[in-house]
Design a protein around this ligand. Structure first.
Ligand SMILES: Cc1cc2nc3c(=O)[nH]c(=O)nc-3n(C[C@H](O)[C@H](O)[C@H](O)COP(=O)(O)OP(=O)(O)OC[C@H]3O[C@@H](n4cnc5c(N)ncnc54)[C@H](O)[C@@H]3O)c2cc1C
Length: 383
């Protein structure tokens, strides 16, 4: 067992840390958050750096990065700007992996190079008003009509749908089959007739809008089907282990960001004649933050390593998702305490971490659903 990162991994972390310090300073991220304005320039520069093509091969303009590299990138993106992560991750991992793994050659050739160069973005259209955790019971219908599908229904919480070129939509194509068997994935293009997208007001990550999506007899070319008809559940659940590992890495990155900020502050802020880090209560909070970040990172990297080896990692991915997200939330809460009243002030950036971390306990499968899965895996194969 080797706990050392390779030179390449360390270099990747250094490069990204320096890049985001320059491209996404705290005040810029806070301004985009306040103005609820997507930072297209930051997305373009992130693609230029190669981050949008990490999940697929060179033949389509990607770099086929290993999972530890992707986790390092996810940590650094989340630490810099969760709003960027909200736009980048669905496109560059979930949807890109879906197309690379299940798409037709034509879809791969047309879409993946544009994902890699940052000129094409996608949104994940899974959740519906009546189907959140229980996705198998979603009701958006796609009915074949000649060379097209006619899609009707409603999605909710579709992040980035207002600016994405396509919604990677999970739809019901067979109403008679068992709920999980009659589902498929279709790519719904932006601007389609009958498609209405409405941004929702939300707690955090405002620079990338989370939207309601209404599909009213939207006609989608039959060639926009990803995978086979009825293969939707296999596709979505096949992508979920990776997605959960990346949520763990997002929580880790936010936790690391909160720790870095709190550590710097605690060394500078003087009360009762000494830096507050010399007050044991503050030092202990920093120690707890460091332990949370480190354990979240290790559990996430172990799951990532298993995924890379092609090993069953559903248990580890679920644990990484829960522990990474909750570690991130605990770190942000402690960071708020350490910065005292200044933590509440937008210009310091800590309140943004505090608001942002909550999402990761909810999205990508709530932590209750993840705990159900962990227990199920324990009875199946133990720890
Ligand atoms: C900001 C934001 C961005 C999002 N982005 C996207 C996106 O881009 N695409 C997308 O498709 N979705 C997205 N989501 C949706 C997200 O994935 C869902 O919110 C999540 O899956 C939970 O679904 P729900 O909100 O309907 O909660 P529900 O499923 O209604 O759950 C409500 C509560 O009941 C609990 N619960 C439900 N069933 C069980 C059970 N069997 N056992 C134990 N507890 C249970 C849950 O854990 C939760 O506490 C986003 C959500 C948010 C808030």
């Amino acid at each position: 067992m080797d706990f050392q990162l390779s030179d390449e991994h360390r270099q990747l972390r250094r490069t990204l840390r320096e890049f985001f310090a320059d491209a996404a300073p705290v005040e810029d991220v806070a301004r985009h958050d306040r103005d609820e304005e997507f930072n297209a320039e930051l997305y373009r520069r992130t693609a230029e750096l190669g981050l949008c093509g990490m999940a697929f091969g060179e033949e389509y303009g990607g770099s086929a990065a290993d999972q530890i590299s992707i986790c390092i990138a996810v940590e650094e993106v989340a630490r810099a700007s969760a709003a960027l992560a909200y736009a980048w991750l669905p496109t560059a991992t979930f949807c890109a992996k879906g197309i690379a793994g299940y798409g037709t050659e034509q879809q791969k050739k047309e879409l993946l190079p544009r994902i890699a160069d940052g000129t094409l973005r996608m949104a994940m259209g899974l959740s519906e008003p009546e189907a959140g955790s229980d996705l198998a019971h979603l009701s958006t219908r796609a009915v074949r009509d000649g060379d097209e599908f006619v899609v009707t229904g409603q999605k909710v919480f579709t992040t980035g749908a207002d600016t994405a070129d396509y919604i990677f939509a999970f739809v019901r194509t067979d109403p008679v089959a068992r709920p999980s068997r009659g589902l498929s994935v279709v790519l719904v293009p932006r601007g389609s007739e009958g498609l209405t997208v409405r941004p929702l007001r939300k707690l955090a990550g405002q620079a990338t809008h989370t939207c309601e999506v209404f599909l009213n007899d939207v006609r989608v070319p039959k060639d926009n089907l990803v995978g086979e008809l009825g293969q939707g559940s296999e596709i979505i659940f096949g992508l979920m282990d990776a997605e959960r590992i990346y949520v763990g890495a997002e929580g880790t990155g936010l936790g690391q960001g909160a720790l870095d900020m709190a550590l710097a502050y605690a060394q500078e802020r003087v009360q009762f004649g000494k830096p507050i880090i010399e007050h044991q209560a503050v030092a202990h909070m920093l120690s707890d933050m460091a332990m949370d970040v480190q354990t979240a990172r290790l559990i996430t990297w172990q799951a990532a390593w298993k995924l890379d080896q092609g090993l069953d990692c559903t248990l580890e991915a679920s644990m990484a998702k829960v522990h990474g997200s909750e570690a991130g939330s605990r770190c942000a809460a402690r960071g708020m305490q350490i910065l005292g009243g200044y933590s509440y002030m937008v210009e310091y950036g800590m309140e943004r971490y505090w608001r942002e971390t909550k999402l990761y306990e909810i999205a990508g499968g709530t932590n209750q659903i993840m705990r159900n899965m962990i227990a199920k895996q324990l009875t199946r194969r133990g720890l």
